[in-house]
Design a binder for this molecule. Structure first.
Ligand code: ZN
Length: 406
């Protein structure tokens, strides 16, 4: 061995030792609690359902809990270093704020503040398939104050707050609650809706009619009646659905008076939701209505709704049956008092009718593109007759639903 080789040998032994020491140091640091790295945060959904996905470099054993005033979801993890993109944390759908940071010795916390009461449908901790690390997926849905309080009570009983709270409404104990109706005056604020030949604006006529219908339903004393809006304000379509869920609505009635290409066509139409439109006109109308959010400059979520699970599908099927029953009853009542168009029950993919557990219909009272319809819509007597008919249909539906056990 030449001298140069020897010195090279010493250098390599020295390097190896250095690496070894460095490795040991790293090991001991990890054992002493190297912070978990929060490597990503994403959320998708709308004001009704949201999925939140949080990425970690390793499994952090999180605990989550609910807090009220305002409605919050708190996720506690061991001390963490956060490497998050501020853009991903911006308010979206049901979540109006995301905050995070260290709280006390060795603990970090993420706080998600919601628009209103919600329930946690599911919490999953999964190992990433294609890359190292873990991800936590949390599904939440807009709910009523009562449902939020119920989840808080369950949380207080369980020491392990990481167990999924049961939010299955089908399995819940029946509670004393009056039949509740949510009336949704179409359009509002920056979204005026259709306009009649004599200047009637849809958002104004829908609100006027909705207020009259509310008074009529409240008069009976049999229901709790709520409105999605009571003044001239803009509301997102999913926000309207969130309001219906927040009242645990038994019925959601959206009121409209649109225009149609063919000026000769007149009369009322009842719409229910369907994947495939019943006809081209229904499709065109749903497309126009669904544009409401875009009119206000709001970006539409194109992401596929990931949170729809089997339970939601089941509820939706049952809900849809109720929506159809109510639509039939409406057609019957309205045909006795006000004019209906041919095939008065139609369907299309209206976003505002997509609450999974609230029977929902959209009533086109008439067409502002038709001068006679416009005149009727402005006539208090005609509106009174129409509101009477709708009230009778609500009464029949409420009686049948109560008889069937809620
Ligand atoms: Zn409309």
């Amino acid at each position: 061995m030449r001298l140069a080789d020897v010195s090279r040998g010493v250098v390599s032994i020295g390097l190896a030792l250095l690496f070894l020491l460095a490795g040991l140091a790293r090991l001991s640091f990890a054992a002493g609690g190297e912070p978990v790295e929060v490597t990503g945060y994403k959320m998708a959904g709308d004001a009704v359902h949201m999925r939140v996905v949080i990425n970690f470099d390793r499994e952090p054993e999180p605990k989550w809990l609910l807090l009220r005033g305002p409605h919050r979801l708190v996720i506690d993890i061991p001390e963490a270093s956060f490497k998050l993109d501020a853009n991903e944390l911006k308010a979206k759908g049901l979540i109006k704020a995301v905050r995070y940071g260290q709280v006390g010795e060795g603990m970090s916390r993420l706080i998600l503040t919601a628009m209103g009461p919600f329930t946690v449908d599911k919490v999953d901790m999964l190992a990433n398939e294609d890359s190292p690390g873990y991800r936590m997926a949390v599904d939440i849905s807009a709910a009523s104050e009562r449902q939020f309080e119920e989840a808080l009570a369950v949380q207080a009983q369980t020491t392990a707050s990481t167990t999924t709270v049961k939010t299955d409404r089908l399995a819940q104990e029946p509670h004393a609650k009056r039949f509740s109706v949510v009336i949704d005056p179409g359009h509002g604020g920056i979204d005026g809706g259709a306009e009649g030949m004599n200047g009637t604006v849809e958002k104004t006529i829908t609100l006027a009619f909705a207020l009259e219908l509310r008074a009529k339903l409240a008069e009976s004393g049999n229901y709790d009646v709520y409105m999605t809006r009571e003044q001239d304000e803009f509301l997102r379509l999913d926000e309207r659905v969130r309001i219906a869920r927040s009242h645990e609505a038994d019925l959601f009635i959206s009121i409209h008076a649109d225009t149609i290409r063919l000026k000769g066509i007149r009369g009322a139409t009842i719409y229910t939701v369907s994947e495939k439109a019943s006809d081209a006109e229904a499709q065109a109308l749903a497309d126009r209505e669904n544009l409401s959010d875009q009119l206000a400059g709001i970006e539409i979520e194109t992401e596929k709704q990931e949170v729809a699970d089997i339970l939601i599908d089941l509820i939706r099927r049952e809900t849809h049956g109720f929506s159809l029953k109510f639509a039939h009853s409406l057609v019957g009542e309205l045909s006795n008092s006000v004019g209906l168009i041919n095939n008065p029950h139609r369907s299309a993919g209206f976003r505002v009718l997509k609450a999974p557990d609230v029977p929902s219909v959209l009533i086109e009272l008439g067409y502002l593109s038709n001068p006679q319809d416009e005149e009727q819509l402005r006539d208090p007597d005609w509106r009174d007759k129409a509101a009477d008919s709708i009230s009778r249909a609500v009464a029949a539906f409420a009686a049948a639903k109560t008889a069937a056990g809620g």
